[in-house]
Design a protein around this ligand. Structure first.
Ligand code: ADP
Ligand code: MG
Length: 826
């Protein structure tokens, strides 16, 4: 702790200088020893010449006698005249005696002041200004040293915690140790400096203590002097009293003098009292000064204690420093050892590596020797390549030019070839169409096939369910029916036994379907009594799809195949004709009646306004469309099975194509018709709606027969308008159109009459194929009544087609028979 400073030390000069000044001043003021009264007033110095100080020559002269000791005073006691003069002098307010006393008091005051100043000066000197400064400095220095020490310790700690010296990389430790060494030596230097400073300070403290003792001595002298002065003054006062008493006893003049003296004496008494009071005050001040001095001594004591504490701290720091230094040295030693070890290891490793490198070098040298010839060849190769590279752009340009010319030529050739191919393709297309037409002409535009369904559970058992249909194993166009115990044979274009699959049947019709892609209109009818298998053949089941679905699938695949040259769109419509009313089964209002109209463009084409067409692109689409149509049909009629057998169901597929290269457009229509049941109800006495249904069905089927007959006999007028069915299918039945009729046959005995009727109808349709003249003569007219009135059970006609077969060729295949028919007709 820094002791508080009781006085201002700011402007204190150096201790020695102050000491010197102090001594000079003491000498000046005559303070060195108890000063005897000066020999002459002139010899008394008056260093302090403040205002109000009396320095008259007279005063000084008078004071000479007064200042002398008592013996001198007795000798110099004035006579009466002198006394008178003296009393006059004393009666005067400015009498020399009074002046003398005043001056004495003033002097004493001055002395006291100067003493006080001196004491405070000394106090300020001793007050440890420099000491405190030094102490502060030392404390600061100590603090710094402490910090330094802490830092050193921390570094040492760090060094200790560091892993054992790795191979001495960059010699960091060496640098660190040198730095630490430098620091230690610096710290030692600082400690030595501090020691020197401390000893100096000690010296100064010693000196100051001496001076303090001196000052104390002088203060004692001063006090003794003052006591003497007081005594002297009181003695003189007593003398004065005695003189006054002796003078009172004298004569009146003397009394007068006495009175004067008394008056004077009272004044003197007053002055004396004042002096005593002042003296009292001075004594108090001296006591105070003593107190201050005591405090100063105490401070000095504490300063000394502090110094000793600082000394002990310094010695402690030194010890700590010593210890740290020792530790550091140890650390450095261990680091040095680690370093040396690492260096040795590194050296050993380096030696091993060096050896390996030498060995490698030897290997490389030998390699180099062997590689040199290779290098030479490589260099020559490289040079050759360089030459080639240099000449490459030229060669490349030449090659490019020739290639360009070749490519141009090739492109020209390809273009000409393409033109040629295109021409050939078109010619082939025409040829194909011609051939197709010819083939169809040879096969017949209208073909009739029969399909016999297998016997099912629904047919029941017993003689009624007995099979009455047999086939010719050598001719797939012949079918035999056992009707009422008699066999009847029929020849059609093809007969499918119950064993034939859906695919087998489709095989037969697929040529027609593909012709649709080429722009032909095609009609496929399923004809036969209810339950004979019409719907099975046309729609089929989920597992065994019929002609409808297979046809669309075939169309998709064909279209896909031609996709590089042709663009096709396939749309479908599903309609129904019931009681001569046409309905759109894909429309939003299936109960609505549709009308068939002529195109207003005058082309003679027919169209059905409001008929819905769905574009289909996949089997999924077809299934959705069929399902939609089927649902519409179901919601419309409660007894679906009955209804479906009383109405014609039509699936109309339109294939529109565009030849990408020629821009040629084609439109083909495929009409797949599941006809109403052909069973006759006329004789059974049906009435009401059932009779009306029967009449409508009979009418439409007869109309179909009429149209086909007219077409085959190439009559000028074809009665398409006789029924909705033929009118709707007019486009698809006339011209280049192709028609296939699948006559469905039930094989059981109970249906043999209807089977006979269906087969006769089929045979008649087919027989029309022969030239118009012959056909007309042979068949006569095909009246609508015939369909109803024909009585199959009464007559077993000779199969017409068979009649036209070549003689003795009952087992011959159908195309052959057609050719022969053509030859014979010719
Ligand atoms: P239609 O439509 O002529 O009234 P269906 O097609 O409904 O006759 O056929 C009647 C029944 O005979 C159906 O149960 C059907 O599955 C079955 N059927 C028809 N033809 C065949 C066939 N070729 N193979 C197997 N079952 C058939
Ligand atoms: Mg059916």
């Amino acid at each position: 702790m820094v002791p508080s400073r009781p006085w201002n030390l700011g402007a204190t000069p150096s201790l020695r200088a102050l000491w010197r000044v102090g001594r000079a001043r003491e000498r000046e003021l005559g303070m060195a020893r108890p000063a005897p009264a000066p020999a002459s007033p002139a010899a008394r110095p008056f260093p302090h010449t403040g205002p109000g100080r009396l320095r008259t020559g007279r005063g000084r002269d008078t004071l000479v006698g007064v200042d002398e000791d008592s013996s001198t005073r007795v000798a110099a006691r004035p006579g009466l005249a002198q006394c008178r003069a003296l009393s006059v002098e004393w009666a005067d307010p400015g009498s020399p005696r009074k002046l003398y006393l005043t001056v004495q008091v003033e002097n004493l005051k001055e002395k006291l002041i100067s003493q006080t100043q001196e004491v405070s000066r000394l106090q300020s000197e001793l007050g440890g200004t420099d000491l405190e400064k030094h102490r502060d400095l030392l404390m600061v220095e100590n603090e710094r040293l402490k910090q330094e020490l802490r830092r050193c310790e921390a570094e040492l700690q760090e060094l200790r915690t560091q892993p054992p010296a790795a191979p001495c990389l960059g010699c960091e430790h060496v640098q660190e140790s040198t730095q630490l060494r430098d620091k230690v030596s610096q710290l030692q230097l600082e400690v030595a400096e501090n020691k020197g400073m401390l000893s100096e300070l000690n010296l100064e403290v010693q000196q100051k203590t001496d001076r303090l003792a001196e000052v104390e001595l002088r203060l004692k002298d001063c006090l003794a002097e003052k006591a003497q002065e007081e005594e002297r003054l009181s003695r003189r006062l007593r003398n004065s009293h005695e003189t006054i008493a002796s003078l009172r006893a004298q004569s009146p003049p003397v009394k007068y003098v006495i009175k004067t003296v008394e008056v004077d004496s009272s004044k003197t008494k007053q002055a004396l009292n004042e002096s005593q009071a002042r003296n009292q005050h001075l004594q108090e001040q001296v006591a105070m000064q003593r107190q201050v001095l005591k405090e100063m001594e105490q401070q000095l004591e504490s300063s000394n204690q502090l110094t000793s504490q600082l000394r002990s701290q310094i010695s402690m720091y030194e010890a700590e420093l010593e210890r740290a230094h020792g530790q550091m040295l140890e650390e450095m030693q261990s680091m040095e050892e680690d370093k040396n070890r690492a260096i040795e290891e590194a050296f050993a490793r380096a030696q091993v590596e060096m050896k390996a490198v030498h060995e490698n070098l030897a290997g490389v040298r030998t390699n180099l020797l062997t590689l040199q010839p290779a290098l030479r060849t490589l260099t020559s190769d490289y040079n050759g390549l360089k030459r080639q590279v240099r000449s490459f752009p030229l060669l490349l340009q030449e090659a490019l030019q020739s290639v360009k010319a070749e490519i141009g030529q090739a492109i020209e050739e390809v273009n000409t070839n393409n033109q040629e191919l295109l021409r050939k393709y078109r010619r082939e297309l025409q040829l194909r169409k011609k051939c197709h037409n010819e083939l169809v002409r040879l096969k017949g535009n209208i073909r009739v096939i029969a399909r016999v369904r297998p016997i099912t559970k629904e047919d029941g058992e017993g003689p009624e369910a007995a099979n009455v249909v047999t086939f010719d194993p050598d001719d797939d166009a012949i079918i035999y029916l056992l009707h009422k115990g008699k066999p009847v044979s029929f020849e059609l274009d093809k007969v499918f036994s119950p064993l034939a699959s859906q695919q087998d049947v489709f095989q037969e019709v697929q040529a027609l379907i593909t012709s649709c892609i080429d722009g032909f209109n095609v009609c496929i009818f399923a004809y036969g009594q209810t339950g004979a298998g019409k719907t099975y053949t046309m729609e089929g089941t989920l597992e065994n799809p019929g002609i409808n679905q297979q046809a669309l699938q075939l169309l998709f695949s064909e279209v896909q195949e031609k996709a590089s040259d042709w663009e096709y769109t396939i749309t479908v419509s599903v309609t129904e004709i019931y009681n001569e009313v046409l309905r759109d089964l894909l429309g939003t209002e299936p109960q609505e009646k549709l009308e068939i109209r002529l195109c207003p463009d005058g082309s003679g084409q027919l169209y059905v306004p409001g008929l819905t067409e769905f574009r289909v692109q996949s089997v999924d689409d077809i299934n959705k469309v069929f399902e939609f149509g089927h649902n519409n049909r179901t919601t419309e009629f409660t007894n679906m099975n009955e209804h479906s057998s009383r109405s014609h169901a039509l699936l109309i597929v339109t294939v529109r194509g565009r030849d990408c290269s020629t821009g040629l457009r084609t439109t083909g229509k495929l009409n797949l018709v599941d006809l109403a049941g052909s069973e006759r109800v006329g004789k059974s006495g049906a009435e009401g709606s059932r009779l009306r249904e029967a009449q409508h069905i009979n009418k439409s089927l007869s109309a179909l027969g009429d149209v086909i007959a007219a077409l085959r006999s190439r009559q000028g007028h074809v009665p398409f308008r006789n029924s909705k069915l033929t009118y709707l299918l007019q486009d698809s039945l006339s011209g280049d159109s192709k028609t296939l009729m699948v006559v469905q046959v039930s094989p059981v005995e109970k249906n043999s009459s209807e089977t006979l009727y269906s087969l006769r109808f089929a045979e008649r349709v087919r027989s029309v194929e022969l030239g118009p003249g012959s056909r007309r003569t042979e068949l006569g007219s095909w009246s609508s009544q015939e369909h109803l009135e024909l009585e199959p059970a009464c007559q077993i006609p000779q199969p017409t087609a068979r009649a036209h077969s070549a003689p003795g060729s009952g087992t011959s295949s159908r195309p052959g028979s057609i050719r022969r028919k053509l030859q014979s007709s010719a």
